[in-house]
Write a protein that binds this ligand. Sequence first.
Ligand code: ADP
Ligand code: MG
Length: 693
Amino acid sequence: MLLNQLKNNDIRYIKGVGEKKALLFQKLNIFNVYDLLTFYPFRYEDRTALKKIKDIIPGQIQTVIGRVVGHDHFRIRGRRTILKIFIGDDTGFFSLICYNRNFLKDILKKEMKVFISSSKFIYKYNELQTADFEYEIIDDDNDTSNIHTNRIVPIYHSTENLSNKFVRVLVYRELKKIIDDIEDAVPSELLHKYKLPDFNLCLYKMHFPSDMSELELVRRRLAFDRFFFLELVLALNKRNITLTDKKQKYTKKVLMNKFCENLKFTLTTDQKNVLKEILTDMNASKCMNRLLMGDVGSGKTIVALISSLVAAENKIQVAFMVPTEILALQHYTNIKEFLKDYNVQVELLVGNQKIKERAEVLESIRTGSADLIIGTHALIEENVQFNDLGYIVIDEQHRFGVLQRAKMHLKAPSPDVLVMTATPIPRTLSLTVYGDLDISVIREMPPGRKVIKTLHFYEKRVNEVYDFLRKEMLQSHQVYVVYPLVKESEKMDLKDAQSMYLNFRDHIFKDFNTGLIHGKMKKEEKERIMNEFRKGHIDLLVSTTVIEVGVDVANASVMVVEHAERFGIAQLHQLRGRIGRGDIASTCILITGYGLSEEGRKRMNALVKYNDGFKLAEIDLELRGPGELMGTKQTGLPDLKPANLIEDRKILETSREEAFRIVDKDPQLKAHPVVAEYLKNDNFKELNLIKVS
Ligand code: ADP
Ligand code: MG
């Protein structure tokens, strides 16, 4: 039997669980026996080293076995009654102080044998006591009582009404039932090559180790499996994609060449190389699936645009999807301007468009008169029908969910796909989430860019910041000030964009032109404000993070972010990317309160110190872990426990190599029936969603 076949065994039907408890398990994301057995302990407690009460050392974590010898109550400040439980063994006594835990009186009954574990034993009022402890009742008649004592005991993240002990018993019983029948799913040549210990033994020991020192080896074996099967799916995906033949041919390149000749600047070497890679993919008989990474401002858009022109010229429709309306508008405006002398019909499709306008756009997409369609996720709605969609560009893809991307793919039979991101993906992640994409990188910035200076200020010095803004605006430079909220909030004591806009306009910056933009505004209003800012009619733009991605105004020289601690590294780096887009010296000022967490301080320091998005992404990964880095939902990154993307990098690389090698030699997995069977149950659905299958 393969472990993941236990996904078919509903947790409800395990003896002792039933409907009610099943609901509790669901809270822990446990739906079946497989989930239960891979619900690994988050820590272990060494109960082999049990103490006698007389040997307890206060201040250290200590575990003792004793009997409940009596109960008492005492009052504090003459009012509240506090329960006190005495525990004793043949060497002495101590007491449990049960603040707000009066119910323990009925649980820890007299004469009961219990485990008490605490790191907060103290001597007080002439006795040994603890108010912060964990307990477990020892039931000698129980067939599983031996799993709770005199051994290394697994501790699970259990939930209310689902005790650790209950989970432990359940895991133990289920393990006992199946463990001898579990087959190793990893091919035996790999087991030999890497000297991997038996899978079933490791699974058992992960829960019930006999020695702490063997745990790491055991965990690494399980991590190997997790990565190996993930990489197999990626390898198969990649193979499928490259095996899909497409019908679109990009033969004509007249328009592209003319466009490049007339471009006001020359492309950087990186841009040229990336463009070459893209064009090679487009001309291949297989579909392109490429990720273009490049720091904010490195000039990805123009590369995507040039490749789009090739498609348009060959009458292949292009969908250019971006995450915000503001960005869609900006691309639309710029691209229209770029293409005004060319015979390419550019259309815009966003959420709140006038009904008539929208109908016209939809019609032109359907009939094929629209060549290049720029839009937000409005593009993936069901009523959008393309005539002949062949090329998909997704900009700032990290802002899209996996599902949204998948839906875009489904609009075309075999599209060439280019996804772009300015949030660089650390290598380990690029081996997993994007493991089936080809990757292009723009590292070099367009010439003439000045390094952006970044400063961190505490709230108290905000007036100095405002003085600085005034100076900059007097030199006709434009500035952004960003807030975490649109409107004042009762729940949070934070400055918000709307109130600060009024404050700036009517008081602090009376002599300048101030504008406000945020996501809740009507499209026309956003459009108007952005236009005015672009034209230089607005000096100071107050905003929320709607301007985070893509907005491109070269005359803007300062980015101030208030309550900067409320933003992540990637977001702040993106915001900072709004400035330093021309040749004027630019400054980014991050303002925070004093109550900055340790992690918050590290984030600010990282931004002050580094301008390199790749470096920042690595730091972010370390500070927050991969799940949060991009939001698991966002990336579609599956749960990889007990593997850890950072610590187990080496294992990931090895398993990836092996997985790709297998798929290369045996794409149908004919010689690997067990692997194929395993993948049937564990196909990492999240990842498949990204693809057209
Ligand atoms: P990204 O999308 O990578 O953040 P953009 O494509 O918005 O960056 O480019 C930033 C700015 O740099 C734009 O104004 C663009 O026109 C300009 N730009 C792009 N490539 C070059 C280049 N090779 N030389 C000069 N300016 C460039
Ligand atoms: Mg961009």
